[in-house]
Design a protein around this ligand. Structure first.
Ligand SMILES: [Fe+2]
Length: 254
């Protein structure tokens, strides 16, 4: 390896470390913003599970497919394909649906409407098929999901459910998935032009805003508005409308 190549590799390693740090902070912020399940009403618990299902069931494979289409390296393609194969072979959308059914939290039109705008922003971002920012976003998402599973499981248990396959599987397998996405990111960064930070983390911030609209409801949005700590454009004031426009159903988003 030439000294130039060694230098480029070291530079990418330090960029990956800084991306990991950014993602870790974003995940910690989100987890810290979650309300104690003991303090949630049954409807608030149901709403979080239902909005999570409304987003995950119909979009995760689509977003990961966007990652697959956008990458150029064989290594990244192979890692993303492993992830997609597992999603389809083990029917993760079906697992998600069983989890929601057992917790009496099947998404309603109002749940779909609550995440509609922020979900659309993430879809359009994925549609630009820019490999590095998509991989950063999906690494953030996998990392968040893995850490969120115990909370989601507790909500479901408090809803009287004993169906925990979804949370059991994703609390474990997403650890590996996150690591593999970082390896895919390393491979892709070798091929990509350097990006300004704003572009690198655009998807993370859009997804963070979407997750906030999944896990935060109107009541907690109001109480948190003054104290929320955000690193980017995760402004809850610009997130979903939870109450008044339920008739504008977004059922196609499920
Ligand atoms: Fe999955």
């Amino acid at each position: 390896m030439t000294s130039v190549a060694v230098g480029a590799e070291r530079s990418n390693e330090s960029k990956i470390a800084s991306i990991q740090g950014y993602i870790e902070r974003a995940i910690e912020d989100l987890l810290a913003s979650l309300r104690n399940p003991k303090e949630l009403s049954a409807e608030e618990r149901r709403g979080i599970i239902a909005r999570y299902a409304a987003v995950l069931e119909g979009n995760f494979i689509y977003w990961m497919t966007g990652a697959y289409i956008s990458v150029r390296s064989d290594e990244a393609r192979a890692k993303i394909m492993d992830n997609l194969r597992e999603e389809v072979r083990d029917c993760h959308p079906g697992m998600m649906r069983r989890f929601a059914i057992a917790a009496h939290a099947i998404p309603t039109d109002a749940d779909a409407q609550a995440v509609y705008r922020n979900l659309m922003s993430v879809r359009l971002f994925i549609g630009r098929l820019s490999a590095v920012p998509i991989l950063v976003t999906m690494a953030f998402f996998e990392g968040f999901i893995q850490r969120f599973m115990s909370y989601l499981a507790e909500l479901a248990q408090r809803q009287g459910s004993a169906e925990m396959e979804y949370t059991d599987v994703h609390g474990v397998c997403d650890v590996t998935h996150t690591q593999e996405l970082f390896r895919a990111l390393e491979a892709e960064m070798v091929l990509a032009h350097p990006l300004p930070e704003k572009d690198m983390f655009e998807g993370v911030e859009l997804l963070r805003t979407l997750i906030q609209s999944m896990v935060v409801n109107k009541r907690s949005m109001n109480t948190r508005r003054g104290s929320h700590v955000s690193q980017g454009n995760g402004d809850l004031g610009d997130s979903a409308d939870y109450g008044g426009r339920q008739e504008e159903s977004a059922s196609s988003d499920r």
